[in-house]
Design a protein around this ligand. Structure first.
Ligand code: ADP
Length: 527
């Protein structure tokens, strides 16, 4: 038995030592020499205390004192000066034998491991900081881009409503559609960053499936006609019509697949089919497939196209535009809706993209409760706005006296013109402070409140107005107007006391919807 233990002693990778209570070394193993460099010779006359890092000495002394009364210790980190002079971090365990006045001590060198762990922590913190910086950058950038976009889209909208000759009309529409395309890309980038930051929030509201699909098809039929591609769609009869879920995001995914199908198909047919893959009393797994007769996708690229920024043809000479974000966003949205997305495709023959999402089933026929449409199209994921004007409560669409709080002169001009065109009267406050003062005597029907303003921002101004109303009574509807479309903003605005919000660039339809929503809501609160 002794021989066996002897063999373990000599073969151990850890530093094994027998040390007297007085600190002198009685025996060390080859592992000790390998880790710390000292041979038994070197250690003659050396006391173990002398090798301990000064900062660790007092705790080690304490342990050894405890050892003298028979107490063992486990996994205690202590730095030891090696023969080379550098300190190594060893993790020690030890058992004392009180009658013999000695300790059996095992030390494991964890210097590299701890360093790697610390490096990893630093790297992780660095990456987290970078990711936070990225999100902040995106939020700021979206603000910076959306503000001038507001002017580009708004002004060209207005211009298109004036008397233009044919060429001017053409130029103005080009500006308008280029602006819309730019906004779409911006929205994609924002969506992706929101999903990556775990900040994508889904709506859960009732909607009518067949109606929504019809409006999507209407949007695409023009483009399909232009290309001479046939567009067909069918919904299986067992598919319930009243669903609960995020119709805006569902639409976004379908529109992305349809957009791609049209883009990559020169002739033939695009067939969209919607069926119920599984169904119980309250939920349905909606299976959507979009089949095209287009160029198809080579097998080795089929998985990769779901990655962000990836396209089948990524070369600079490629024929088709696009950012490569659509499918990546779509797949992640589908994941968030508890489904999955896949494809079958043969090069030169065509592709079939399909996905499932889980939706709730709305039972009673309460059509009044059905979401009238995107909340003022504040939904930044809407790639091409389907006209929502039909769903705005008509009673509020004209004749209001509106206070517009907005610091940017271009935006003031756009919003004022849009509102005046709808038959409202408008007065402008240049910042939140002025809005607070101007609204003191209750002369306005509603306030349109920009969020970022100098002196007093829109959220603070709203809080102050609501505070004043708590003392003096009344409730003026307030609509937040924001270029920030990050998750959590909506809650922040509503919590501050806003009744609705709409995102920049301000579009006429969205504004109408928001106005309707705010007026309807404040009607309820004041009754
Ligand atoms: P984008 O269309 O903006 O480039 P997507 O993520 O939507 O980005 O698509 C990524 C790539 O997948 C496309 O660039 C294209 O190469 C390929 N792809 C997507 N849909 C189809 C399709 N229906 N037919 C052929 N190729 C497709």
């Amino acid at each position: 038995v002794n021989d066996e233990i002897e063999r373990f002693f000599s073969v151990s990778l850890d530093a094994l030592s027998i040390v007297g209570f007085d600190g002198t070394f009685h025996r060390v193993n080859p592992g000790f020499t390998r880790v710390l460099g000292y041979t038994s010779e070197d250690l003659r006359g050396v006391r173990s205390y002398d090798l301990i890092h000064p900062d660790d000495a007092s705790q080690m002394r304490e342990r050894i004192e405890q050892g003298k009364s028979g107490e063992a210790f486990h996994s205690v980190d202590v730095r030891i000066r090696a023969k080379s002079g550098e300190y190594r971090l060893l993790q020690w365990s030890s058992i004392p034998i009180v009658e013999d006045q000695i300790l059996y001590a095992v030390g494991r060198d964890v210097t590299e491991e701890r360093k790697a762990r610390a490096d990893l922590m630093t790297a992780k913190e660095g990456a987290e900081a970078a990711s936070r910086a990225k999100s902040e950058f995106l939020a700021n950038m979206s603000h910076e881009i959306r503000t001038p976009m507001n002017a580009v889209l708004g002004m060209s909208d207005l211009m298109l409503d004036t008397d233009l000759d044919r060429v001017q009309q053409e130029y103005a529409s080009a500006i308008n559609s280029a602006g819309s395309a730019l906004l779409e890309i911006l929205n994609d980038i924002l969506d992706l960053s929101k999903i990556e930051a775990g900040k994508m929030e889904l709506e859960n509201a009732p909607f009518q499936l067949r109606d929504r699909l019809q409006s999507i098809m209407t949007v695409f039929s023009v483009r399909a006609d232009e290309k001479g591609v046939e567009l067909a769609f069918e919904v299986s009869p067992d598919m319930p019509d009243l669903l609960i879920g995020d119709h805006g995001r569902l639409r976004q995914v379908i529109m992305n697949l349809l957009g791609n199908a049209i883009k990559f198909t020169e002739s033939g047919q695009i067939h969209t089919r919607i069926e119920s893959a599984r169904q119980d009393k309250d939920t349905v797994e909606v299976l959507v497939s979009v089949r095209d007769t287009g160029i198809g996708i080579p097998l080795d690229k089929q998985e990769r196209i779901f990655e962000a920024f990836t396209q089948v043809d990524g070369s600079s000479t490629r024929q088709f535009g696009g950012t490569g974000l659509g499918l990546s966003i779509s797949r992640q949205l589908v994941d968030l809706m508890h489904g999955s997305m896949g494809l079958e495709s043969t090069e030169g023959v065509g592709s079939r993209f399909y996905f499932t999402v889980k939706m709730g089933i709305q039972h009673e026929e309460v059509s009044a409760a059905v979401d009238p449409g995107p909340d003022g199209s504040a939904d930044p994921g809407a790639p091409a706005p389907v006209p929502a004007a039909d769903s705005a409560p008509a009673a509020w669409t004209t004749g209001l006296h509106i206070l517009l709080a907005e610091d940017n002169p271009l935006n003031q001009m756009v919003a004022t013109s849009l509102l005046k065109k709808d038959g409202h009267t408008v007065e402008v406050a240049d910042d939140g402070q002025q809005a607070l003062e101007m609204s003191v005597d209750g002369a306005y029907d509603v306030i349109l409140m920009d969020v970022q303003m100098p002196r007093l921002d829109g959220v603070s101004a709203t809080v102050s107005i609501r505070e004043r109303e708590r003392q003096q009574g009344g409730h003026i509807p307030i609509i937040g107007v924001t270029a920030h479309a990050m998750a959590g903003d909506r809650e922040r605005f509503l919590e501050a006391g806003m009744d609705a919000y709409t995102s920049k660039p301000v579009r006429r339809d969205a504004l109408r919807v928001a106005l309707g929503e705010a007026m309807a809501k404040s009607c309820k609160t004041s009754n």
